[in-house]
Write a protein that binds this ligand. Structure first.
Ligand code: C5P
Length: 232
């Protein structure tokens, strides 16, 4: 897959989401559907956005026992998303069960990527709440290596970690990176942030951008600015 900007459509209803997507007359952005929209609208929202011609990253971050995740992935495989994900913290047995569940009878499947550490987590939170004392980047790399050896296609990580993930897991192992902000924008609850241009320089394959586009006064202009900085 080529590099691209994925727009996080974190809306609470299909109506709001389509009001946003209808602004794009010239391009069909790659869309991320997260928990909020999926829990509000169910699988129909995935089918409808797909029908409108968008690629979809279904960001439901599964994390449960291997049997449950495998069976849930088998259900999700029917939705024809391009990318789906889970938490690497669920372990390699869970990740292998997920691939098995996701693989359709004809052998095809969506790309499967793992969340390493949320980009809202920093070293302090990891140590004081998760009781993980290693450097955050080492944890991200170790989780990415577990994901790679379990057969996954990539990870969600901060753009700041993309280079080290590629070094450890190979250039073809996808890095999908949220935590992207324009140089003049606010970080909000994201802790490990960079600009689209910097994300490109750091080797990110996909950037996931939500509020800097969805909450912009002119969302299509913000999207185009993002694409220009990241891809050109
Ligand atoms: O609005 P913002 O650009 O912060 O949106 C980032 C999106 O990426 C959100 O939908 C968030 O759930 C998602 N995400 C993240 N960090 C991760 C995994 C996913 O921010 N590690």
């Amino acid at each position: 897959m080529a590099k691209d900007v994925i727009v996080a459509c974190d809306f609470s209803s299909a109506e709001d989401c389509f009001r946003f997507l209808d602004r794009f007359s010239e391009e069909k952005p790659f869309v991320k559907i997260g928990m909020e929209l999926y829990y509000a609208e169910g699988p129909a929202i995935v089918r409808e956005i797909k029908r409108r011609g968008h690629k979809i990253f279904l960001d439901l971050k599964l994390h449960d026992i291997p049997n449950t995740v495998g069976k849930a992935m088998a259900v999700l495989s029917h939705l024809d998303a391009d990318i789906v994900n889970l938490h690497a913290a669920g372990g390699s047995n869970m990740m292998k069960a997920a691939i098995e569940g996701l693989t359709r009878p004809d052998g095809s499947r969506p790309l499967l990527i793992a969340v390493t550490q949320l980009t809202s987590t920093d070293q302090n939170i990891m140590e004081s709440e998760l009781l993980i004392e290693k450097p955050l980047e080492d944890v991200v790399i170790a989780y990415a290596q577990n994901a790679a050896s379990s057969g996954l296609d990539g990870v969600v990580c901060s753009p700041l970690e993309a280079g080290r993930v590629h070094d450890a897991c190979g250039a073809g192992f996808l890095t999908v990176t949220p935590g992207v902000r324009f140089a003049d924008g606010s970080a909000g609850d994201q802790k490990r942030v960079t600009t689209p241009r910097k994300a490109r320089e750091l080797g990110a394959d996909y950037i996931v951008v939500g509020r800097p586009i969805t909450q912009a006064d002119d969302p299509t202009a913000a999207y185009r600015k993002c694409v220009k900085e990241f891809l050109e």
